[in-house]
Design a binder for this molecule. Structure first.
Ligand SMILES: Cc1cc2nc3c(=O)[nH]c(=O)nc-3n(C[C@H](O)[C@H](O)[C@H](O)COP(=O)(O)O)c2cc1C
Ligand code: SF4
Length: 785
């Protein structure tokens, strides 16, 4: 080792000096010789390698350059940003499976997803789907790929899990192409929820980050309004841009055609037409080559163009977070040193700068994305279509998230034409009952809820919270106003009208989920203080809130199915752990059964939750041991929303079918020795009551409530049991087998004509909604038997 070092030291100075001397002597011939060799080599190579003509590159979609000429300047900028970037140079292209094995697509189908509040997108989506049906039919004839008829899907009705965790499974080995037509709303709509779902799916560690990568591709078109949202920074088409971004991630960058955007009042038709032609080109490409074409990840055909695009987006998000942190630091510590990590641009910011830091974000998405997260929205703002729709249907919106409406039974009782089933079962006078909810939002999308697509939905409360006293005063005022409006209605009985000016009962069940409201306990305390009884219906999805709920007069949990799969289909819950939440709520109800009256509310929907489920329901009852079980046929609203949810009159059970189910359930409970029996019925509402024998004294059912006693118990401050406020005997006419119509009242048909025979009708009762409860007043014709 020592010997080698010595030799190197001796040789090195000699060699360097020698080389330098040589270079000085021969540099001119060396340079000339090198250049000559290079020129000869270049000439040989040029003669041997055939030249590739520019026109040899297949003219594959997207055919944006031609289209760009037609696009106005401001639009052009947008499109230009989204055009796949062409990277020229020596990068090697990746090979995809499609590249190796082109044209492997046998069956393909376009799925057109849309969302619509005011109808524009829905109409457009229908026309677009018809157009695509035509063009894909042509493609099926001229290529080896068979396109199945495109399917139109409303994001308000579908289960996201069926389409946006993995693509749907098909027997014909069909591959799907997703098209999404997305309007934008700066108020809460189902789109917020959809976006949340996409984001959660991407971030869910149990699911692959790109679970939709087996799609053939996707493309999004957004509708917006430049009058209100002139630029993208100000929110133009912001939700379409968000959807596009998340789908790029979920599909592993299979954006088949750039995001299109149109102003629905100005240029949406032209922009959509251009975009549609581009999408059709991509579909043609899929049919002929099996790939998406040049410039798109997934085609394997060109350098992956939107890699940079996506990475930019991530980076922007990251940058935003950093800037937010920086702002706080700058404001708190007031020193430049805190900003060190930001980078050189920020080092120029003065230490006393407490203004928001100005950052030049160069992509459109930055400000638009941060804006909505910083502002807490109102759940139902006055200028929203939801507000308009609700008020049109007779709801009074109180504050920004509560509603009140007088139900048809209240009107009916005022006119002496019968009260709802709660009078027969529990002694509630319908004309003294206020139906309200402090939360119009829900965490389910039940198939029988009439408000799909318009009501805000969410898994957590993310809106402005109104104080309970504002809601309480507001709903009472709204209720009394509506009662007063009944003054001139023919047939209103004066004594009942006078009584109606004193609210005695409150059904917290209109629509939405009452226990979602963060101050629900304060609200019910206000009711009780004025000796208004509380009937609260919840959807068994919020165990924490249910556990924290103070005693109410009667606590309901909607039990819409007896097993996980059936519950998923019928309630379409937003929570992924919906079944666990449901089970937890049943346990909580079991604990509460000695503190207040607990009720299972079963809504029977033919074809969904009746067949073979009696045993399953009996299991749930055994688990929770509720005081009562109300079984009711679904109310069919006859609206497009119920039809959209797949409900028709065929899903509304006949009263005899409800009775048969009740008997099967009762037998199962008897076999298990659980101490229940069929207590009462209200055939007119298609509703039957099974009660625990705790409410049977000396062989007589005592399902009614002593409301005075309830308030005494509550005000005593002592612990009390439901039996302590058990009312008088259930009247004979309400007991099982007697129909349940109050003999004091007069039966009339829908036209107000007197009825003689008792009638068993499905789905006429209007109360309920609340968390998977019922729908709005039934718009169907009676299904008399
Ligand atoms: C309450 C409300 C909020 C809106 N917010 C936005 C918005 O933030 N950005 C935007 O570009 N357009 C916004 N728009 C415009 C709609 O996206 C546009 O009118 C769209 O075509 C509506 O589609 P639809 O009729 O299918 O519901 C809003 C419209 C309404 C009614
Ligand atoms: S249907 Fe509901 S809101 Fe109407 S009177 Fe009966 S309990 Fe009250």
């Amino acid at each position: 080792m020592a010997h080698h070092t010595w030799v190197l030291r001796f040789l090195l100075p000699f060699e360097i000096a020698d080389i330098v001397a040589l270079w000085h002597t021969y540099r001119v011939p060396i340079i000339i010789t090198t250049f000559s060799i290079l020129i000869i080599l270049r000439t040989i190579l040029h003669l041997r390698v055939p030249r590739v003509k520019v026109s040899d590159t297949p003219p594959l979609s997207p055919k944006l350059p031609a289209e760009k000429e037609k696009v106005p300047i401001e639009e052009r900028n947008v499109v230009a940003e989204k055009v796949p970037k062409r990277i020229v140079g020596g990068l090697k292209k990746k090979k995809s499976s499609q590249d190796e094995n082109p044209s492997t697509i046998q069956n393909a189908q376009v799925l057109v997803f849309f969302s619509s509040l005011t109808g524009t997108t829905e109409k457009t989506a229908k026309v677009l789907t018809e157009g695509l049906a035509q063009s894909t039919k042509e493609l099926s004839k001229s290529t080896s790929t068979t396109f199945l008829e495109p399917q139109l899907l409303d994001l308000s009705y579908i289960d996201y899990d069926d389409y946006f965790i993995t693509p749907p499974k098909s027997e014909e080995n069909t591959q799907y192409f997703y098209i999404l037509l997305i309007p934008t709303f700066n108020i809460d709509t189902v789109l917020d929820n959809f976006l949340e779902h996409l984001q959660e799916t991407h971030n869910d560690f149990r699911i692959d980050t790109a679970p939709l990568s087996s799609l053939l591709g996707y493309s999004v078109f957004g509708f917006g309004d430049r009058e209100g949202w002139p630029t993208e920074e100000e929110g133009f088409c912001s939700q379409a841009r968000e959807v596009d971004k998340w789908l790029a991630k979920l599909t592993g960058r299979k954006r088949a055609f750039p995001l299109g955007m149109g102003d629905s009042k100005v240029d949406a038709t032209e922009r959509l037409q251009e975009w549609k032609e581009g999408v059709e080109d991509v579909l043609a490409n899929i049919a002929t080559t099996g790939g998406l074409g040049e410039g798109v990840v997934g085609s394997g055909d060109a350098v992956e163009s939107d890699v940079g695009d996506l990475d930019d987006e991530d980076e922007v998000l990251f940058e935003e977070q950093k800037v937010a942190q920086r702002k706080t630091k700058a404001q708190k510590k007031d020193t430049l040193n805190d900003l060190e990590d930001i980078g050189s641009t920020l080092n120029q910011i003065t230490a006393d700068n407490s203004e928001p830091l100005e950052m030049d974000f160069t992509t459109y998405s930055k400000k638009a994305r941060s804006a909505p997260t910083t502002v807490t929205k109102e759940m139902v703002p006055k200028n929203s279509p939801t507000y308009t729709a609700l008020t049109k249907q007779g709801y009074s919106i109180v504050g920004s998230h509560s509603g009140v409406k007088i139900c048809r039974w209240t009107k009916s009782a005022l006119r002496g034409r019968g009260s709802c089933y709660k009078y027969s079962f529990y002694g509630i006078a319908s004309h003294q009952c206020m139906e309200t909810t402090p939360s119009l939002s829900c965490s389910n999308k039940c198939v029988f809820c009439w408000r799909h697509g318009t009501n805000p939905v969410g898994t957590t409360w993310r809106w402005v919270v109104d104080p309970p006293d504002l809601i309480f005063e507001g709903v009472k005022a709204g209720h009394y106003k509506k009662i007063k409006m009944m003054r001139g209605v023919p047939g209103v009985r004066s004594e009942r009208f006078a009584e109606a000016m004193r609210i005695r009962h409150c059904a917290l069940s209109l629509v939405g989920e009452p226990i979602f409201y963060p101050h629900i306990n304060e609200f019910t305390a206000m009711l009780h203080k004025e000796h208004i009884s509380s009937f609260l219906v919840c959807n068994a999805q919020h165990p924490d809130q249910l556990r924290a709920l103070q005693p109410v007069t009667q606590l309901y949990v909607s039990i819409d199915a007896s097993n996980r799969e059936s519950l998923r289909k019928i309630d379409r819950p937003l929570h992924r752990d919906f079944w666990e939440r449901f089970q937890a709520c049943l346990e909580i109800l079991r604990e509460k059964r000695f503190q207040q009256r607990t009720v299972f509310r079963l809504t029977l929907v033919k074809g969904f939750n009746i067949d073979d489920e009696a045993e399953g329901y009996a299991d749930l009852i055994e688990k929770s041991l509720p005081c009562f079980v109300e079984i009711k046929g679904v109310t069919y609203c006859g609206t497009s929303s119920s039809a959209g949810a797949g409900l028709t009159m065929q899903n509304v059970p006949f009263y005899t079918e409800v009775c048969a189910f009740v008997e099967a359930l009762n037998s199962s409970l008897n076999r298990r020795g659980l101490g229940y029996g069929i207590a009462a019925e209200h055939a007119h509402s298609c509703c039957v009551l099974i009660a625990s024998e705790r409410f049977k004294v000396d062989g007589k059912w005592r399902t009614r409530i002593d409301y005075g006693r309830f308030f005494e118990c509550l005000e005593s401050g002592r612990q009390f049991r439901p039996e302590d406020y058990m009312g008088e005997e259930t009247p004979e006419w309400a007991c099982w087998g007697n129909g349940g119509f109050d003999p004091r009242d007069e039966r009339v048909d829908r036209k107000g004509r007197r009825k003689v025979l008792p009638v068993a009708t499905a789905g006429e009762e209007a109360c309920g909604g609340g968390g998977g409860g019922e729908g709005e007043a039934c718009a169907m014709e009676s299904r008399d038997e």
